[in-house]
Design a binder for this molecule. Structure first.
Ligand code: ADP
Ligand code: ZN
Ligand code: ZN
Length: 690
């Protein structure tokens, strides 16, 4: 409803009703308007919002709006829309059979409409052209209308014959569709996980229930949307950051009123109201993109699981590289695990090979052996993907004479050297400075770049393999959402192409003609201070390698390293899951998730001291009960955009113990006064910490 608030009028949500108030009636105000007559939140969505606020220790007032469309938040809900259709006008209904004379097409459409309104797309499919329809509209014999009557949802194209592993996963999900169950679908890259989603969704739609599919980055996966649309004769709606408010309002209405059969979307879609939800799929469940890093800091995967529990439906988590949390839950029989151990169709897993580059002469980071493999692949008419997780030309610019380096004035980081276009660019605060022609400290001209970035490798490869197209894919080249579909078209051509890119290339794409994947510098990923560093490295390399040989031609993966003896690098040959017990053991020893619960209170302040003082006062004022504090400490890159970031970590053996201490910290933090330009936040189950 709309309510007066000070001098403004705001949209408010009615959470509960009371009959009496302790306030004198003179101080109570009337609401300005009632906007909805039916509750906007179903009982389960209501519970989900309350749960999220409590679990993530966030003000519930900021969680409610997540389940509303932009229009609803402004108090302008979109009314449910049907599909465009046509029906007879009063005049048309009064016509004699076989009229109008001399226009048999028009007459037969009139006859058809005597049985009731018809969807426009159906009319077109039956062979009634736009001109026929328009002619009848002009004669005032028919008119357009909206058809809200839900059509039965059907499968349009036949499912692929499932292999035994796929079938067993499909059967298991089907048999539990009517109660809460979490399924972990561990399927190697290219094993046909999507086919399992499609076939279980088909069952769900047959029962008249909707499916929600969460993807890490929908703008990058138009292929997925196309596959869903090709399979089902049912409305499929995609929601992602690239669509405008009006489209979002329409999608919301369609989901809320049960007209949309399948909702595909990124993390925030987990809060979309759906009145007939029957199945939630989380694809690439390990992906960090499911974690919201500001406002309500939540994991869409975990919220999805809670939602499924409240709705009493299934949730299907799919990944070639499941998170340690999900794997552990499957070990403990909390989740049902299904394994797809073979590539679907005729393709084979790629062969892997390590190149020890220590002491070798490299060109733009590439060894002679790797270059000759690239050459051979291109000569064979096949495509190559070169993976390097650093954009720019070089990591930093250094002065050979005095040791000056291109430090960012606002961050604890160096500015990256870019040549296309030429600049020094800080990847942390986005500052761009012109490229100096001589050293700002000693005027020497001997400035050199250190550390190879994608632009450097691209430049080298473009010269070396001048007769082949060389395409760079990183966030500098893929600035528009349109770029990826174009690239996918180009790659579908099956001509030899050399692609070089960052982790953007690792995500679920199906590039059928890539047969060689090369990882330029695996070591750069090896030494991460974060507790998830090794897990992430393993996931990233497995996903990148999974881009090779996805079609009939066999693929190979070449990994350059200076640490061939490192257990993780050595283990890359083995299946992903065989390395998990070791990683889990390390987590258990350190009492880290999934064996202990973790939370972080972060703060962002003008001076370093302010932040640390604030956190120290919190810690001293709140005794940790069955929990431990680490810190307060400066964050890994403490200064960023001239702001200081510090953190206090809270660990506990159990969730209730963690929640107890964090709740006490939060209420203390909310009380105190704070300097201006100071902010703090709580992060429960942080993706990154330490
Ligand atoms: P994933 O999602 O596990 O990476 P996909 O679902 O993209 O794998 O499947 C990879 C390829 O295998 C696709 O081209 C898909 O059409 C094909 N495929 C999947 N299941 C089967 C099957 N049962 N029979 C034949 N081909 C299949
Ligand atoms: Zn110098
Ligand atoms: Zn910076």
């Amino acid at each position: 409803m709309r309510v007066p608030f000070g001098h403004r009028t705001l949209v408010a949500i009615v959470v509960s009703q009371v009959r009496t108030s302790d306030l004198p009636s003179a101080r109570l105000r009337h609401c300005a308007a009632v906007l909805d007559t039916k509750p906007l939140y179903s009982a389960t969505l209501n519970q989900l919002v309350q749960w999220a606020a409590e679990y993530y220790q966030h003000p519930v007032g900021e969680v409610w709006p997540l389940a509303l469309s932009p229009g609803e938040r402004r108090g302008h809900p979109e009314r449910p829309r049907g599909s465009p259709g046509i029906k007879l006008t009063l005049r048309g209904g009064g016509l004699a059979p076989n009229t109008p004379h001399g226009a048999p097409k028009q007459a037969s459409l009139i006859d058809l409409l005597r049985t009731g309104p018809l969807r426009l797309d159906k009319a077109r499919a039956l062979g009634f052209q736009r001109s026929v329809i328009n002619a009848l509209i002009e004669k005032d014999l028919i008119e357009t209308c909206e058809i809200v009557r839900p059509e039965p949802w059907q499968t349009k194209t036949a499912p692929l014959p499932a292999n035994p592993e796929q079938q067993s996963a499909i059967d298991s999900v089907r048999s539990s569709l009517h109660h809460f169950q979490v399924h972990l679908l561990y399927g190697i890259t290219g094993s046909g996980k999507t086919e399992v989603y499609l076939q279980t969704i088909a069952t769900c739609l047959n029962q008249g229930r909707q499916a929600l599919v969460l993807l890490p980055e929908i703008a990058l996966t138009p292929q997925t949307l196309a596959r869903f649309e090709a399979r089902f004769e049912a409305p499929v709606v995609a929601l992602h950051s690239g669509i405008g408010d009006a489209a979002r309002d329409r999608a919301w209405a369609a989901a809320r009123h049960g007209h949309a059969a399948i909702i595909l979307g990124t993390r925030s879609t987990v809060f979309v109201p759906m009145n007939r939800l029957g199945l939630i799929v989380v694809d690439e469940e390990h992906d960090a993109a499911f974690i919201q890093q500001d406002g309500l800091r939540y994991s869409a995967r975990d919220v999805a699981i809670k939602r499924a529990q409240l709705e009493g439906c299934n949730v299907l988590l799919g990944s070639a590289t499941p998170s340690l949390e999900s794997w552990h839950n499957a070990d403990k029989q909390r989740y049902q695990r299904h394994v797809l151990s073979q590539r679907a169709g005729n393709s084979q897993l790629p062969e892997q090979r390590l190149i020890d580059i220590s002491g070798l002469e490299l060109s733009a980071g590439l060894s002679a052996e790797l270059i000759s493999h690239i050459e051979q692949t291109l000569i064979n008419g096949e495509q190559v993907l070169v993976f390097l997780n650093r954009r720019g030309f070089a990591n930093a610019l250094l002065c050979h004479d005095c040791g000056w380096s291109s430090d960012c004035p606002d961050c604890d980081a160096r500015m990256t050297l870019h040549k296309i276009p030429p600049a020094l660019h800080c990847h942390h605060c986005d500052r761009r400075n012109p490229l100096p022609s001589h050293c700002p400290a000693c005027s020497s001209r001997r400035l050199v770049g250190t550390g190879i970035g994608t632009q450097q490798t691209e430049t080298f490869l473009a010269e070396r393999f001048a007769t082949y197209p060389v395409v760079r894919v990183d966030s500098d080249t893929v600035t528009s959402k349109a770029a990826i579909p174009e690239l996918i078209d180009q790659l579908a051509s099956a001509d030899p192409i050399l692609m070089i890119g960052t982790q953007m290339l690792s995500k679920g794409h199906h590039f059928p003609h890539v047969t060689l994947v090369a990882v330029v510098d695996a070591d750069a990923l090896l030494f991460s201070p974060d507790f998830r560093g090794e897990e992430r490295l393993l996931q990233l390399l497995t996903q990148v390698a999974g881009r090779a040989g996805r079609d009939r031609k066999p693929g190979q993966v070449i990994i350059q390293t200076r640490q061939p003896e490192h257990p993780l690098i050595r283990g890359l040959d083995a299946p992903y899951h065989s390395l998990l017990p070791d990683l889990l053991r390390q987590r258990a020893q350190a009492h880290l998730p999934p064996y202990g619960a973790l939370a972080v209170i972060r703060c962002d302040s003008h001076s370093k001291q302010e932040g640390l003082d604030f956190l120290r006062a919190l810690k001293e004022g709140t005794p940790a009960i069955e929990a431990h504090y680490i810190g307060p400490l400066p964050a890994a890159m403490a200064r960023r955009k001239n702001r200081y970031r510090s953190q206090l970590i809270i660990t506990a053996k159990t969730r209730p113990a963690l929640a107890h201490t964090v709740a006490a910290l939060v209420s203390q933090a909310e009380l105190g006064s704070r300097p201006r330009q100071f902010s703090w936040s709580v992060d429960i189950d942080p993706y990154e910490a330490l």
